[in-house]
Write a new protein. Sequence first.
Length: 95
Amino acid sequence: MKWQREVGFELGAVTMNTIVTFGLLAVMMTVGFIMTSPDIPVLPFVLALSATALVVPVIIYPFTYTMWLAFDLAVHPLDEVEALEAAVAVESPTP
């Protein structure tokens, strides 16, 4: 099985990464606003959310890529040609 099954495959992984990151940011904002209301500290919020928006996508990308690959395999199962290519790749010696 190829690591990238078709052209544009990574777009799904990036989309999943974006959805997870935005969901985390929304939860953080909601919890932060509820906990600090009515006197919301804007600068700490902006700094914490900015750091989260920069760090989280990099950390979770391998996981979202794997989740997208699993979803893609569930929707489009391997055909015989892909299974044969995967078997040949596993049996061939690595350079």
